[in-house]
Every structure is written in structure tokens, then in C-alpha cells.
Design a binder for this molecule. Structure first.
Ligand code: FES
Length: 171
């Protein structure tokens, strides 16, 4: 990742150059796809998160420039959606639903089992950088609650044994 001295840059200077190669091509392609560039902001943030494993602070200004939108609008979008991770990345993000249905149908058992299996607490990353537990709002699978996701794969929490078997698939 290229880190830019943002604080030393004059406000008018655009810093799209943080993005290079395939990532830059994808972001430009998303920006072209929509009638208004800023409509591509969610898609672009997903690309950035896929590329870096999280949303680096230094990527927000270049993205705002690329989409011709104010930096604070990009920051608000990132802050609003808990699917975007702005802190320590991990190879596998385990998103645990903490919304009301999952809360009443076993969220605590799920988090306890994850803490026991990974020896970390929500928000933390395992020492090998492999897993991170990320509490999030409704994952849209309420009828199967309690649910969690490992990156893009969705699972129903059934038991500690089943959870351990699922985690062992991610190497
Ligand atoms: S409340 Fe957990 S998936 Fe909807």
C-alpha cells in the first residue's frame, strides 16, 4: 500500500494516484458505469476493502477525488455501513449479527463459542492475522438466526462443534 503525505498536500491537489493497476481500472470502470460518478461509491469501497482487506484512511481522499464528491460524504458512507472495516485487517472477517432476532436466538452463544475457539474478543484479530470478529447489524438472514459470515460465506450457528468445523475450512 502506498501511503501519501496527505497533510502536506494543498487542498486543491487530487491524489487519485494512490490507486494503481487493476484496482484503479476497476474503480474507474465503476465510476463510468453510473450516470453520476458518486453513485459508484459503495461498489468502489467494496473494491478497496477487497484489495487491502480493510478501508485505509489514506484511500478516502483519492476515492473522493475519483468520484468527484466531497471527502466528508465518503467518510459518512464508510461510517454508516458496518460492512466496511477501517481498522486492523484480517484474512477472514467473521461478521456476527447482533441485531434483535439473532440477539434473542443465540447471538451470545455464538460469540462465546467464537471467543473460545479463536481466543479473541469482538473487534480483535488473532495473532496470526487470520480471523477477526466483527459485530454487525442484520445480515438479512433473520429466519436462520443466529447467523454469521466468514468473508462472503453465510452460516447458521448450530453448535460449537459445527462452528469449529467451519472455521477449520479457512486456512
Ligand atoms: S437479525 Fe440477525 S440476520 Fe437479521
Amino acid at each position: 500500500m502506498i501511503s501519501l503525505p496527505l497533510k502536506k498536500m494543498p487542498m486543491a491537489v487530487k491524489c487519485i494516484s494512490m490507486f494503481e493497476g487493476a484496482l484503479l481500472d476497476k474503480l474507474k470502470s465503476h465510476a463510468r458505469y453510473f450516470p453520476r460518478k458518486e453513485q459508484a461509491v459503495l461498489l468502489c469501497l467494496h473494491e478497496i476493502q477487497d484489495h487491502y482487506g480493510y478501508i485505509p484512511q489514506e484511500s478516502l481522499k483519492p476515492l473522493a477525488d475519483l468520484l468527484d464528491m466531497p471527502l466528508n460524504h465518503v467518510e459518512q458512507v464508510v461510517a454508516f455501513y458496518d460492512m466496511f472495516d477501517r481498522e486492523t485487517p484480517a484474512k477472514y472477517r467473521i461478521r456476527v449479527c447482533v441485531s434483535v432476532v439473532c440477539h434473542f436466538l443465540g447471538k451470545k452463544r455464538l460469540i462465546d463459542a467464537l471467543e473460545k475457539a479463536l481466543k479473541i474478543r469482538p473487534g480483535e484479530v488473532t495473532p496470526d492475522g487470520k480471523f477477526k470478529i466483527v459485530p454487525v447489524q442484520c445480515l438479512g438472514a433473520c429466519s436462520c438466526a443466529p447467523v454469521f459470515m466468514v468473508n462472503e460465506d453465510t452460516y447458521v450457528f448450530e453448535s460449537e462443534e459445527k462452528l469449529n468445523e467451519i472455521l477449520s475450512r479457512y486456512t
